[in-house]
Design a protein around this ligand. Structure first.
Ligand SMILES: [Cu+2]
Length: 277
């Protein structure tokens, strides 16, 4: 499983480069419209022989209301893909971020048959969001596909993204420190270490729990939310206080990193903003 994800990483980065080069639609598209206007999907054929049809209900999502999203995975001939490899306990992982990366959500659409996945998404405010679906048709490479969505309703205003000056965050009574085994450089493999301490006692936390079959999950996006890296741990059996991940940043610039972990039955998400030179 681990090997799969690590070897899948390059494919991910490549897939994201490819999808990232397209002009992104800000419109909601009806399923029939999408069949014709498959501009974004056309590019992804280079990395995988599948495309995705996204449909939102309501077609124009509204802030504060639940939106139903269905994603159908089809072959180039339009026939649905029926078999998916389960990665980290799920057939599909969906990451939802606001354009300024201040909002992050990690969801698992439910497989409904006929190549279709469904999930309800809460959008907290109006504005533009990017959605990344990652999945693996059985016998095929891992695929990441992106969709942009405009949500109506009051906007919070974009917050400029700034690299953190200190890489220690307090989340749910835990002090989480992010460190690297070497300076962050583009296209250089680096090990990311998340270290956990109890805020009250300052003692290392040694009883982290597996989350989706691993010590944790790390999602990385570049500042423009165009490049997506789903990074997986070095060791799946550790319980802390350190959780280590291998990553390779495709270019220099500012990236946001979300680590997701589980402790005492509760999932915590720890965000960091870093600069890669
Ligand atoms: Cu997931």
């Amino acid at each position: 499983m681990k090997r799969q994800w690590i070897t899948g990483l390059l494919a991910f980065v490549f897939a994201v480069f490819v999808t990232g080069c397209t002009g992104m639609s800000h419109d909601q598209q009806s399923p029939s419209h999408q069949q014709h206007d498959g501009h974004e999907q056309d590019h992804t054929k280079k990395t995988a022989a599948v495309k995705t049809n996204w449909s939102f209900s309501p077609q124009q999502p509204k802030a504060g209301q639940s939106t139903s999203l269905s994603i159908q995975v089809v072959k180039p001939n339009g026939k649905p893909v029926h078999d998916f490899t389960i990665n980290h306990e799920k057939k599909m992982h969906l990451i939802v971020v606001s354009k300024d990366l201040s909002f992050f959500n990690h969801l698992h659409p439910q497989y409904k048959g006929n190549g279709s996945f469904q999930v309800n998404i809460p959008f907290p405010a109006g504005g533009e969001y990017r959605l990344f679906a990652d999945f693996q048709p059985k016998g095929d490479a891992q695929v990441t596909q992106m969709q942009t969505v405009a949500v109506s309703g009051p906007e919070l205003g974009e917050k400029p993204i700034q690299p953190d000056t200190e890489l220690t965050k307090v989340v749910d009574g835990k002090k989480v420190t992010l460190s690297f085994d070497q300076p962050l450089k583009a296209k250089k493999p680096v090990m990311l270490t998340f270290s956990f301490r109890d805020v009250q006692t300052n003692q290392p936390i040694k009883d982290l729990q597996p989350y989706l079959g691993a010590i944790g999950h790390v999602v990385i996006l570049d500042q423009n939310a165009k490049e997506y890296l789903h990074v997986h741990p070095m060791s799946e059996n550790t319980t802390g206080p350190d959780a280590q991940f291998h990553a390779e940043f495709p270019h220099s610039g500012v990236f946001k990193v979300w680590g997701e972990f589980q402790h005492r039955g509760k999932v915590l998400t720890v965000p960091f903003v870093i600069r890669v030179s």
